[in-house]
Design a protein around this ligand. Structure first.
Ligand code: NTF
Length: 790
């Protein structure tokens, strides 16, 4: 396709799809026209893929996820179709700014963080590999909230990406299911019959996901909740207009908003409804599709693999048993076995407060038949394993992790360390009973988005050095290693980074009005704000560094810019305080005439996928400083290493594997190991002891306690200080010295810029294993028993 063809297609869409005269088109009109022109190119490969899947009788993979954090889709599609230059030229002809067009697209923020972004990377890899697959989720009207700061405090505003037409989706009025809630179970007949007393319609919206070079495209099918009867005419005729619209409003609530919290359960009936809503509609769709080609439901595992992304879709176990047993008439044992053969479960966290548990009462009132089936599944498990006391129901609650485990043929963790801890801790007993069930699949990230499109400078250098075969075979980055000795290559590598940093400095100046020096070290921590991720460790170290500079301003300090971004769950008070603290410290430090040559702090608001794409390519130092044993994997850590940032980190999650691969000498390790963390917690007054041993820490805590950064409100951070001096569950104090000292090693290392560049380039060259293509192949081979259809 030439740029003239693309231009003609856009003009046609502008005129005939949107009724706009090019003379009066806004950026948004151009973006929509380009999106449709590009979408047209995806439809044929998409149909082809579906035809090939049917014709070849291929097994299909179904990825059920409450979250898909896909971000912008236009650039992804353009890059995967190889149309980047074509589109750029077409807009040059039209005299329209192409970058502005791309940046006009709102982020589809249908997720909170790592779990949702992982699902999005997996979709890209499944299509690139040509594995027949569907993503299933919820079409939230409002994605993750928009964050802004008012006087340094986080303020949340609703996000409304669907206010404007969504260019990528196709509504499927023919694919709709009625989903029930509540009611009772009639057991008088041969089969139990569930009679719900509330119904909503699940309506499907499909987004094609095209893989690298357009060889294959899969479908992301998102469900939207609609009322069975749109409108109550009787109330309307009585003049009760609000009442008339009530059924619609009630049904719609189910797909209205994404719960803005990935680590604590709100215990809300609505959340359970959302979970059942999308799981039940997806499974009905799966069974319908299977039965359109096959008739033996017992053989379903040969053609169907269903992955549960965390426990959010855990109701899939009982629901599939219900469909096969109650509705299709399979004996319970056969139904259970067929369901287990299809289902597998990924665990993404061991934090007790994040492991879903639902009160039996709530479950029984919303899903009475499922509660019965859960009891039966639990009993069957107990009977098969006599003398064992592990159960899915305990203390009046249904434990969704245990239920998922019992109903899955494979259960996986997301990094080697995390999988090991799963076996030793939460699932120890179940692992003893089913020693082959738990497997590891270390997370990965898509190189299409996280290197090729977000870091064009570095990508060009890689292309020029080793060709472009790395994009779908990322381990080929290792071929860069032999070039690292070459001065020319190292300089070009450094220049790619420097240019990304200049671009970020411009962005920070324009959006925040803060001047940062592109030659300073860019030290970046971006992720959800959580105590276990320890943004407060980072800011305490920053305060200590600031004090050190103040005391000795004439020393030759290594200039740094500390960059933070991330959202806190709206109800998580401590996390919001950490945000406020960082902003307060930033205000004071950035205005300090003595230190500001050496130290700047920037907290960028409204962290999302697009902001990550801007920040990661410009990073020198990646902060991965969680308390060991708490971060299941991390995926940001991989993106940074791939883009040539060095990591300062603990032995947690996938940091362990990153360090093994990039080499210990190219990674700044600090802090306690997971077993040391467990032991340290038993030491009486561990925090007090650590504070007594570190004057830097004592002073930094003293500063926030005495209101140094909050003259207007000296009490503001007393409780943070109190927490640190007291329980300090996440061991900020105990790890502080090790972190502070390691940061000084980082300073020294950065001064030898050539050596630093060499380490950075080695990080890129040795990160190929962290491609989500590798991860997906692992799932295909070890869990799904699925093959590429290409
Ligand atoms: C997250 N879990 C983990 O906290 C991350 O370490 C991991 O990289 C991602 O999953 C993806 O595996 C969650 O978001 C949740 F919801 F489980 F807490």
């Amino acid at each position: 396709m030439t740029h003239a063809d693309l231009r003609a297609d856009m003009l046609r869409h502008l005129t005939y799809s949107f009724g706009k005269d090019p003379e009066h088109a806004h950026i948004r009109d151009w973006r929509m026209a380009l999106s449709l022109a590009v979408r047209d190119r995806i439809v044929d490969p998409w149909f082809d893929a579906t035809r090939k899947t049917y014709a070849g009788g291929h097994k299909r993979v179904y990825y059920l996820s409450m979250e898909f954090l896909i971000g912008r889709l236009l650039e992804d599609a353009i890059v995967n179709l190889g149309l980047l230059e074509t589109a750029r030229d077409a807009f040059a002809d039209l005299g329209v700014d192409f970058t502005e067009v791309l940046e006009n697209e709102p982020d589809a923020a249908l997720g909170n963080g790592g779990l949702g972004r992982l699902a999005a990377c997996f979709l890209d890899s499944l299509s690139t590999i040509g594995c027949p697959a569907y993503g299933y989720g919820i079409r939230y009207e409002h994605g993750l909230f928009r964050q802004s700061f008012v006087d340094g405090r986080q303020v949340e505003e609703p996000e409304d990406w669907l206010l404007q037409p969504h260019a990528w989706e196709f509504q499927r009025p023919e694919a709709a299911f009625e989903i029930g809630f509540g009611g009772s179970v009639d057991e008088s007949g041969r089969r139990a019959v569930w009679r719900p007393d509330e119904m909503v319609v699940a309506a499907a919206y499909d987004t094609p996901i095209v893989g690298w070079q357009g060889r294959w495209a899969n479908t992301l099918r998102l469900w939207s909740a609609k009322p069975v009867r749109a409108f109550d005419l009787e109330s309307f005729n009585r003049g009760d207009y609000v009442g008339a619209a009530a059924p619609e409003a009630l049904a719609r609530t189910i797909s209205r908003v994404l719960y803005p919290d990935d680590t604590t359960e709100q215990g809300k009936a609505l959340r359970l409804k959302q979970e059942y809503f999308f799981t039940a509609s997806s499974l009905r769709d799966v069974v319908r599709r299977y039965l359109s080609e096959h008739d033996d439901l017992r053989a379903m595992p040969e053609k169907v693999a269903i992955q549960l992304n965390d426990t959010h879709p855990a109701i899939a176990g009982p629901e599939l048993v219900r469909l096969l047993h109650d509705e299709k008439g399979l004996p319970f044992e056969d139904a259970e076995q067929a369901a287990r053969g299809c289902l597998s479960y990924t665990n993404h966290t061991l934090m007790p407060e994040a492991l879903e548990r639902w009160p039996e009462e709530l479950m029984a009132s919303l899903l009475p038949r499922h509660m019965q089936l859960i009891e039966r599944i639990d009993q069957a498990h107990a009977k098969a394993n006599p003398g064992r006391k592990v159960t899915a129901i305990e203390d009046g609650e249904v434990k969704m992790g245990e239920l998922s485990f019992m109903m899955a043929h494979k259960v996986n963790g997301v990094s080697a360390l995390h999988t090991g801890l799963m076996k030793e801790t939460v699932f120890a007993e179940l692992n003893r009973l089913h020693p082959d069930r738990i497997v590891n699949q270390t997370n990965g990230v898509t190189p299409r988005r996280w290197l090729l499109s977000s870091n064009p400078g570095l990508s060009r250098l890689i292309d020029d050095t080793i060709g472009n075969g790395w994009v779908d075979d990322l381990e080929r980055l290792s071929e860069l290693e032999s070039h690292i000795e070459d001065n020319g290559f190292r300089e070009a590598f450094a220049e790619a980074k420097a240019s990304n940093k200049r671009e970020l400095a411009r962005f920070v100046r324009e959006t925040e009005g803060v001047e940062i020096d592109p030659d300073a070290m860019f030290d970046i921590q971006i992720k959800r704000i959580h105590e276990y991720k320890r943004q407060h460790l980072n800011i305490l170290e920053t305060i200590a560094y600031w004090r050190a500079i103040q005391e000795n301003p004439d020393r030759d300090w290594t200039p740094r810019v500390k960059i933070f971004a991330g959202k806190a769950a709206p109800g998580y008070v401590f996390a919001k305080k950490i945000i406020h603290l960082v902003n307060d410290v930033a205000r004071m430090v950035n205005d300090d005439p003595v230190t500001s040559r050496f130290l700047k702090i920037v907290y960028l608001p409204n962290y999302n996928v697009s902001l990550a794409e801007r920040l990661i390519p410009a990073a020198d130092l990646s902060e991965q400083i969680s308390t060991a044993g708490k971060e299941a994997s991390g995926t940001g850590n991989m993106k940074f290493a791939l883009n040539g940032a060095l990591t300062i980190g603990t032995l947690d999650g996938a940091n362990v594997e990153i360090r093994e691969r990039v080499g210990a000498e190219n990674f700044f390790l600090f802090g306690m190991t997971a077993p040391e963390v467990v032991a340290r917690r038993t030491v009486a007054n561990h925090a007090e002891k650590a504070i007594a041993e570190s004057p830097e820490l004592a002073r930094a805590i003293g500063d926030i306690e005495d209101g140094v950064f909050t003259m207007d409100d000296p009490e503001r951070y007393r409780d943070i200080a109190q927490n640190l001096r007291g329980a300090d569950y996440f061991l900020v104090c105990s790890d502080f010295s090790s972190y502070y000292d390691k940061q000084r090693e980082v300073d020294a290392a950065y001064r030898n810029r050539d050596e630093w560049n060499q380490k950075a380039a080695l990080n890129t060259a040795r990160s190929g294993w962290f491609s989500s293509d590798r991860t997906i192949r692992g799932y295909m081979n070890d869990i799904w028993m699925a093959r590429s259809a290409l």
